[in-house]
Design a binder for this molecule. Structure first.
Ligand SMILES: [Zn+2]
Length: 182
């Protein structure tokens, strides 16, 4: 009898632990599958020390047609942000300079350079996780540079925030790991 109670107790502990783990994983997963793909791209980038915690995917007709992440450090290229990397790779793969009909998902609100690159590429809409204020918390100057261009008040239909919570977990992971600030 004692053994049976012990086994039941052990089973309960195991079930509870499994639930706790899956709950934690759910908290860091994005609700949107494309944003999750952008997060996976960003995690790959910071793990490889390529640059900041910014991953992007480009979607056309419900499918990912290209993706990229920040490679500023690995390429010694201050313009190689996640969105730019994704745009370059997608255009090369599709053999076009025109991404009309595409949407971009990115872990952080685009800086002025990337925002205008998206507009130049004719990307229909941009979904971002962390806000430009969040970007400044982890040491990036997006907000200061944004003030130079007069803000983005007219772009509320173009820039849509989603899955901020999951993207903030990414930013916190970046803060807690050894990294080069730039
Ligand atoms: Zn950028």
């Amino acid at each position: 009898m004692k053994i049976l109670i012990f086994i039941l107790f052990l089973t309960a502990v195991m079930v509870f632990s499994a639930m706790a783990v899956s709950e934690t994983e759910d908290n860091v997963k994005a609700e949107n599958a494309f944003m999750q793909a952008a997060l996976d791209e960003a995690y790959a980038g910071i793990t490889a020390k390529h640059g900041g915690p910014f991953g992007s995917v480009i979607v056309k007709d419900g499918e990912i047609v290209g993706q990229g992440h920040n490679r500023v450090l690995i390429n010694n290229d201050p313009t190689c942000h996640g969105e730019i990397d994704a745009i370059r790779r997608t255009c090369a793969a599709l053999g076009t300079y025109d991404l009309s009909g595409c949407e971009l998902y990115t872990t952080g609100e685009p800086c002025p350079m990337c925002l205008f690159a998206c507009l130049w590429a004719n990307i229909d809409r941009v979904y971002y996780g962390c806000t430009i204020e969040d970007n400044s918390i982890i040491g990036f100057r997006d907000e200061a540079l944004d003030e130079l261009t007069g803000g983005r008040d007219k772009l509320s239909d173009y820039l849509i925030c989603m899955d901020r919570e999951a993207c903030l977990v990414l930013f916190n992971a970046y803060i807690s790991m050894e990294h080069t600030s730039y």
